[in-house]
Design a protein around this ligand. Structure first.
Ligand SMILES: N[C@@H](CCC(=O)N[C@@H](CS)C(=O)NCC(=O)O)C(=O)O
Length: 202
């Protein structure tokens, strides 16, 4: 299997870290959806990262579906089985994905020429991002996201969303405002599996 996409993408990174923790064998190719558009188009005409090319040639995009496939291959998931913990983890994973989505949205808005930016939309997505970070920080205070020893999908998604925000939109995300989440993410970044798939700073 081949996972395609750069590790500056929170979705690519989440898929890679999850696949590794599940013990699934895959290769990784770092191709940018912007700088290497033509090369990416040959792999996936939709030019979306991550894209997974399966051994039978099937192409899967959308990180949740790629992770679903990794789980099918591994015959297990990282999610806890106890219903309360499982629902909490599903909820927190979703919140962390929204945080990443909104951070990506802010970054994409900034790619527009100044005159084409729409301030109410920018304010809306910044508020949504900050609300998602509030919820994750509160979860970290309650001990509902952490850094192991067992990593759950919500732990991974939260740490990745925070790292992505710090990397790409630090001006929107002051470190001191969400200290518990920052500490959780820092502890995750110190783990071997996170170091194996570092944010691509290129
Ligand atoms: N919901 C998708 C989001 C993936 C996504 O938006 N990836 C970005 C890179 S971070 C991308 O492919 N951008 C190019 C585009 O949307 O045209 C997922 O979870 O895989």
């Amino acid at each position: 299997m081949l996972l395609v996409g750069m590790l500056d993408s929170p979705y690519v990174r989440r898929a890679a870290i999850t696949g590794t923790l599940l013990g699934v064998a895959f290769e990784h190719r770092s191709v940018s959806v912007f700088r290497h558009m033509d090369e990416f188009r040959k792999i996936n005409p939709l030019i979306k990262a991550p894209s997974l090319i399966c051994d039978d040639g099937a192409m899967i995009c959308e990180s949740l579906l790629i992770i679903q496939h990794f789980e099918d291959v591994a015959g297990r998931s990282l999610r806890p089985l106890e219903p309360g913990a499982r629902n909490r983890d599903l909820s927190l994973t979703g919140i962390a994905i929204v945080a990443a989505d909104k951070a990506v949205g802010i970054e994409y808005e900034r790619k527009r020429p100044e005159a084409q930016r729409y301030a109410p939309w920018q304010e809306r997505i910044a508020t949504q991002l900050h609300t998602a970070l509030d919820l994750l920080d509160q979860a970290a205070v309650r001990g509902e996201i952490g850094s192991g020893p067992e990593l759950w999908p919500g732990d991974i998604a939260a740490a990745i969303a925070w790292g992505f925000c710090q990397f790409v939109i630090p001006d929107y995300v002051e470190k001191g405002r969400w200290p518990a989440l920052a500490a959780q993410a820092e502890a995750c970044e110190a783990l071997d599996v996170f170091k194996r798939w570092p944010i691509d700073l290129e």
